[in-house]
Every structure is written in C-alpha cells, then in structure tokens.
Write a protein that binds this ligand. Structure first.
Ligand code: ZN
Length: 846
C-alpha cells in the first residue's frame, strides 16, 4: 500500500490521470471546486459527493439511516467489490448468524470482513468528514491493485458524519469568520470558537458518551443499523489538542477485564501497521496513553463489548485548529496535514483487516461462541423481581431491546444466593415465577455483564470517565445477581394498556406519583389549563393506597372546561398509559380529604434555564433536553450575557446548570436573585452552580472543607481532566472521584423526594462536599463512608464525601433555593434520578 500517499497527493492536486481512472470519477477537488483542505465542506456538499460516487460507481451503495434533530440526513456508504455488494444482504445475515443473534447456519460463502469507519462524532473535530471524502474516493477509484484486492475481502462501511448538526455549527461559524487569508495565530478569532462550540449535537450532548445510553436521536438511529451489521472493526475518528500529535491503538490501561486477548492483539496489529506509514513519513504519534477502554458508552468500548475491535483515532487539531494554526512548537498545523493523517490510518486499518480477514472473522465468531457458553464474569443470572414498579421494569425492558439483549422470566419460585444491589453484599434471595431474568448465556453475554455487574474491576484507576454504571442503580430497581442459572420461560407480553374508567362525571381523578411518565402526564394537563393538586400525605380511597405526591384532579375548579375536562384528562392518561382512577367522593378512607390544605394546588410554573458563556454546555443541554424532549414542558432559555437585565418576576423557577459562574453572578445579580427568591422565586442550583453560591450572603449551604473547586467546565471538561492525568501524580488519585455510585438516604416526606422510598442510588461525579443544611431540609444525604456502592473513589475523597448533603431545600421568604449537589440529569441516562427534577419544578414550594 506504499502508494496510498501518492494516490492521495494526486487526488488532492486534482492530478489523477483520467486515462488511468477506470471510471473517470471526479475526485473531491473536482467535485467541490476547491482543493480538499483549503476550506471546510458543509454537510450537504459532503452528502452530495457521497451520492455522486454511489450513482456513478458499482462499488458504493448509500443507505440513509435517519435524520438529526436539525433534520440533516444521516447515512452510511457501503464500499466493496461489485460482487460483494450484490450479495450484501447475505453477507449481513451470515455475519449475524456467526454472532448467534440470527438463527440459522452460516452459509459457506467467501468470508468477508466488515470495517466500519465513523467520522466526526465530535462536530468541531472537523477534519474527519473531510478525510472521509478522500477515503471514499481512494477506495472507489482503486488505482492501486491492493485496494482492488482489499475490496474482495472487506466491506467498508463509512459514516461520513455521525454528528452533522455539531459539525455544521462549527463549519458555518468558521467559514463566516475566516478571511480571504486565514490566520495562523492561535489568538485570532477563527481559533476561538464561541459557546457552546461544535463538539456536541443539537441538545449539546456528547455523542461519544451516548453509545450505551442512546438518549439522543442520532445514537438511537445509528445503533439500530449498527446492530443489524455488528462490524468486526470499528474506528472512531477524533481530534485532540493542537499540540498533540496523533494517537492510535493499542489503547491505554485500564482495559475492561472482559476484553479478550485477541481484541488486545489485533488492535496492536492495526496500530503497528499504522506505525509503518507514520515512521516512513516521520510523523509523531503515541499509543497506550490517555485513551482507555473502560466506560462502555464510547465508540471504541461499545463496539468492543459487541465483539469488534473498537478503536479511537485522535489527530491533533479540533475546533482550535481552523485551516492552519501555529502550535506551541512553532510548527504550522494545516488542515491538509490533518486530512492526510486520518486518511492514512483509515486505509491502513482497512489494509490490516483485509490482509487478515479470515482470522478476524474466525475470532469474531469465537468471541460470541465462547462468551455465550462461558460468560467471562462471575454472575450468570440477573434477577429483577416483579414487585419493582411497572414503569421502571418497562424502562429496563425497552433499554434491553435497544441493545438486542435477551431476557426471560423465572418459571418457578426458588431460593438463591447472590449479590443484592440494594444491600451491596452477598445475601439470600428468592426468585418468584414471573420475575425478569437476564441470563449472561446469550450472544450479548459480554455486554450484559459489562452493563449489569454490580462493580467494575478497574486495573488502573486513571481513567477519564465514570467507573460505575450498573443498570439496576441506573433504573432504580431492586435486583440480584447470582452465579447460578435460573430456570426461565418466555417473557409474558406486556399487558395492553387500557384505561378503566366507567364512572360518568366523577368527583375527581387520582394518579399515584412514581415515575417520569407521571410527570409527563402532569406537564400535559397543566399546559391544557387543567387545575391539578398533589397530596402532601398518603391517602386511601376506593380501597387503594396512594403515596405522597399522588395527583388529584378534581372537577371543582375545572368546570370552565365543561365536558372537555373529562375528555382531556382521559386523553392524557391514554397518551402516557397512566393507571388513572376515578373517584366519586372527596372523602377519603384514610388521610386528608381532597379539600384539605394538604392537597396542594399546583400553580403552572413558568420556568427559565440559564445558558451561555460560563454555563457548562453539557449540563445546560441536559436540562434543555429534559424539558424539550423528555418532560414536554416549556422552559425559557436565558443567556448569561443579559441575565442582569431580565425581569425575573416573569418566572417562577430559574435553573442554573453546572458551570463556572465567576463574573456572572456579580454582587448585583446575586442580590437581584435573592430578592426574587424572597418574593416567591424558586432557584435550582446544580452541581458547580451550588459551589458558585456557597459562602455568599444569605446562602445557607457550606462547603465541608476548603473545596478544591477544580471542576470541569463544559467543552473543556475532558481536556482539563486530561492535563491532570498527563502530570499523573499517583497521589492525586486518593482525592479523586470520576464517577461512582453512592447510597443516598432520603427524607421521602419532603416534596423533593416524593415518589421515592428511603434510599436512592446517586451517580456522584466529583468530590464537592457540603455540610448538612442548618436552616433547611436535608432531603438527600450521604450518611457514612460505607454509603459508597460501586466505582472507584480515592481514600481521601471517600472520607470527604461521608456525611454530606446531596439534595437540600432552603426556604427564604416566599421562595426556595434547591441544591442539587449531584446532577440527576447527567447524560440523561440516570433514569432513577429524573423524578427529583420534576419534583423540584412542580412540587417544592407549592
Ligand atoms: Zn473527539
């Protein structure tokens, strides 16, 4: 493949001899009208080029797989020999049979390996998509005989832009600020991307943290097609800081312990093939540092846990680099160089796979065979008792379906010994017929154990992401893990939802308050102008017990809606499949009657969320996505640059996401906000926003110790953390908590914790620690060092986090300040925490 460089140079210079080119297809330069690397190409032009080649070559097929939130098309290009493309569906099915996810025997056809190349998951790492066009062209034109041969042995699947919304945000901005001559000085405007930057998607989610959780539209659509293919190799193209050279596999420790010897070896083979080209050209690179393989939601780990060789490629550059930038070594890093490097590793990865395709396929097959017969971890079965709340069980089932993880239900009652997630230790438990069982003996064995294991072994604690994500905690489920098999039968179909209300014109409708779906129902009613109340105390009516927070929708107060009242309430109940009940009287068997002051009227809150420079774009995006996509309730987005001019009396609730607020919450702004709170406003402070207020006048929360205050901020988050690791003082680990699970003791009598029981398992992503409130409600607290359940936490950090506040409410005049030290909306995947947020918005202070 020595002449991939020459090919590339010719391609860039538009000099490919048309006589040599079999089909005389336009190269990217000819098609775009400028030399690749001299401009950033908007997404629609990239799509056009891919479609152009697909229309004019029998070696490419395009398959659209969805659209983004901003309605840009998502697509894959399949590149292989015409013969392979003609039997693409049979190649796909054969591959799934090898993995055991599709029934039937593997057809004895010529084996073909699947190499999936994902470009530009981070939008402002904008070289990637440019490189994808050069790669596509090189494969299709294939002047090099080697490439022709590779395409007999592999199907290359190219996703030219995993995150086109973020990428176009960057590209449109850059193209708007660059002059006729670009400027290489890093201080120049074109190297200083404004908030929120192009890295994340529309809702500012990092799609390279979303593979396992699939909270974002792009991820969900992509994972559907990913699971239809299950590629053997997955390479994810990125960029890092401008001063860093190039990174490729082998990855850094820690490797998740279930990664196989073969997976380790083959990523090394691919890395070594890359070194041949980088050495030949004298390009700098590093391996085995920084980018580890532990957290299961990345573009390298998730494919790895699904049998692939998953790898990250990192070029120096990203949003700071523009068309050309001076590095701190006084070298000029150009987009052309960046393209060439990604182009080279792309082709080199295909080459290594093509030359070893039979071995790759054999090992892919054996990954699934051996792990489904002998799962690598200790626990063989995971049990979710049927008495868990139906919404939570359903949420888990839907999640498992996304991953094509099989589940069944226990067929008989029997006692077992195993791990109790709630107790955090081995104990006896009983499986009852009908309980949900996830067996590790299935094709997705490794993924099952990675996601379900109560704790993850960390061979080396320097990892730059959370170290705990066990699903029972994520979904707030009582669960057990055992090393024994549990006898199962096919899972019962979900009973079809039916609203059973026969009473004509009932006195009121009631609904227990247990999950986010209940709050969606409430959000919908409020927006229709329906008056709703919630109960401060448990009550019994119609022979049923209703817990705190249960919704009471009385006819009284809603008469103005006439007959539409019953229709709207029932329609919303059907919409959200709520077990709504009708009652004929306001007199309750136990508890407080519906006219009592304990049945609180919910004023439809007018919500504002702060965004802009200083606010963590990730944290803001989580809040925005929560209101817009999950809750379905309007929130007005405000900007930090004009916060001091906002008439706050237009709003009832102000949410400050995590962020660094120095310079934003000036003394004047602070005073304005405190006056607004005293006159009835509700201020919700999340994570670092708590830190920004602690110690200020009129604020009751106090740091436990001199907090180190070195928290992340938005886009720079990872880079900041990386710098810490690069200096890698091992002692720093002892005061370190990247993300672990804690048992939080709740006060379930406070409205902030309605719908919860005595305990909640919280994902804690830092070490900020606060004393219990003196003059407020300590709704969620960490009571001791033993409250740590899962994930790595350093010795000192553990000590610091004991006896601290997690969720608290301070009343001030007519309003409240709500402290959320842990962020229940983190990456939108911690399902069990979301009801706190709904409680804070709808209940607290009402
Ligand atoms: Zn990246």
């Amino acid at each position: 493949m020595k002449n991939i460089f020459t090919l590339y140079a010719l391609c860039l210079a538009g000099l490919i001899n048309p006589l040599l080119a079999q089909q005389n297809l336009k190269n990217p330069d000819e098609f775009l009208g400028y030399t690749l690397g001299t401009r950033f190409t908007p997404h629609h032009r990239v799509v056009q080029y891919f479609e152009y080649l697909a229309d004019n070559s029998d070696k490419v097929q395009i398959q659209p797989y969805g659209t983004t939130y901003e309605h840009r098309p998502l697509m894959l290009a399949f590149i292989s020999s015409p013969a392979n493309l003609a039997r693409l569906e049979s190649i796909r099915q054969n591959n799934l049979r090898r993995a055991g996810v599709l029934e039937g025997r593997v057809e004895p056809e010529e084996p073909v390996s699947l190499v999936w190349l994902s470009y530009n998951v981070h939008g402002n790492e904008a070289v990637s998509t440019e490189a994808s066009m050069a790669v596509l062209h090189a494969l299709v034109e294939a002047e090099d005989d080697n490439i022709e041969e590779w395409l007999q042995n592999v199907v290359v699947i190219i996703d030219p832009a995993v995150n086109p919304d973020g990428r176009d945000r960057y590209v449109n901005w850059y193209n708007a600020v660059v002059g006729e001559q670009h400027n290489v000085l890093p201080e120049a405007r074109e190297h200083q991307e404004p908030w929120p930057g192009g890295r994340a998607n529309h809702y500012l989610f990092d799609l390279n943290r979303d593979w396992a959780w699939q909270t974002q539209r792009e991820s969900r659509q992509r994972m559907q097609v990913y699971n239809r293919w299950l590629p053997h190799i997955h390479a994810d193209f990125h960029e890092q800081g401008v001063d860093d050279p190039y990174y490729f596999a082998p990855a850094a420790e820690p490797f998740h312990q279930y990664i196989t010897e073969w997976q380790r070896e083959f990523q090394t083979s691919i890395g070594l093939n890359n070194t041949r080209y980088f050495d030949e050209k004298g390009w700098l690179y590093f391996t085995r540092e920084r980018f580890d393989l532990l957290y299961p939601s990345y573009g390298d780990t998730y494919p790895t846990f699904n049998g692939a060789i998953g790898m990250t490629y990192e070029q120096g550059g990203s949003g700071r680099a523009g068309l050309a930038v001076l590095t701190s070594q006084n070298d000029t890093l150009t987009l052309t160089d960046r393209i060439l490097h990604h182009y080279t590793t792309s082709l080199s990865t295909i080459e290594t796979t093509a030359n070893n395709h039979q071995e790759v396929i054999r090992n892919f097959e054996s990954f699934f065979r051996s792990s489904s017969q002998r799962p690598p971890g200790k626990y063989l079965s995971y049990l979710i008792p049927a008495q868990n709340a139906p919404d939570k069980r359903q949420a888990l089932r839907e999640f498992l379906n996304l991953h094509q993880i099989n589940y069944a239900e226990a067929s008989a009652a029997r006692n077992f010994r195993g791990w109790s997630y709630a107790d955090g230790r081995e104990s006896s438990f009983r499986a009852n017929a009908g309980d949900l069982v996830i067996s590790a003996r299935q094709p997705k064995a490794v993924l099952v154990q990675v996601l379900m294991d109560p704790t993850t072994q960390v061979s080396d604690s320097v990892t730059y992401d959370i170290t705990a994500w066990s699903l029972p905690y994520v979904f707030g489920l009582e669960a057990y893990a055992t090393a024994e098999p549990i006898a199962t039968r096919a899972p019962a179909e979900n009973r079809a939802y039916a609203l059973n209300i026969n009473a004509e014109n009932p006195y009121a409708y009631v609904l227990p308050w247990q999950s986010l779906d209940d709050s969606r129902f409430l959000a919908e009613l409020l927006q229709q102008g329906i008056k709703v109340r919630y109960s401060l105390e448990p009550f019994t009516t119609n022979g049923r017990e209703y817990g705190r927070g249960s919704l009471v929708v009385t006819r009284a107060g809603n008469q103005h809606l006439g007959e539409r009242f019953d229709f709207l309430v029932k329609e919303s109940a059907r919409n959200w499949e709520r077990p709504l009940q009708a009652v004929g009287t306001g007199f309750v068997a136990q508890g407080k009657d519906f006219g009592s002051s304990s049945i609180r009227y919910i004023n439809q809150p007018k919500v504002a969320v702060l965004s802009g420079e200083g606010v963590s774009s990730l944290s803001f995006g989580e809040v925005w996505h929560f209101f817009d996509q999950q809750l379905g309730y309007p929130a007005t987005i405000l900007g930090t640059n004009y916060l001091d001019r906002v008439q706050m009396n237009k709003f009832d609730v102000l949410i400050l996401p995590s962020g660094s607020y120095a310079g934003i919450i000036t003394n004047d702004v602070h005073e304005q906000l405190m006056n607004w709170v005293r006159s009835g406003g509700k201020l919700i402070l999340m994570a670092d926003a708590v830190n920004a207020f602690a110690g200020r006048e009129g604020i009751g929360i106090e740091r436990k110790k001199a907090a180190s205050d070195k928290e992340e901020e938005g886009e720079d988050n990872m880079e900041l953390r990386l710098k810490t690791f690069a200096s890698s003082e091992r002692e720093a680990i002892s005061s370190y908590n990247a993300g672990s699970i804690y048992r939080v003791t709740l006060d379930p009598t406070h409205p902030l914790a309605f719908g919860y029981e005595q305990e909640y398992f919280s994902l804690k992503t830092g070490t900020d620690s606060y004393e219990y409130l003196k003059g407020g409600w300590n709704v969620g607290t960490i009571r001791s060092e033993k409250a740590h359940m899962s994930g790595f936490v350093g010795e000192q950090a553990r000590e610091k986090l004991a006896n601290t506040l997690v969720f608290g409410v301070e009343e001030k005049g007519g309003g409240e300040i709500i402290y959320m030290v842990d962020n229940p909306l983190f990456r939108a995947f911690w399902h069990s925490g979301k009801l706190f947020f709904a409680n804070a918005v709808f209940f607290v202070g009402q």
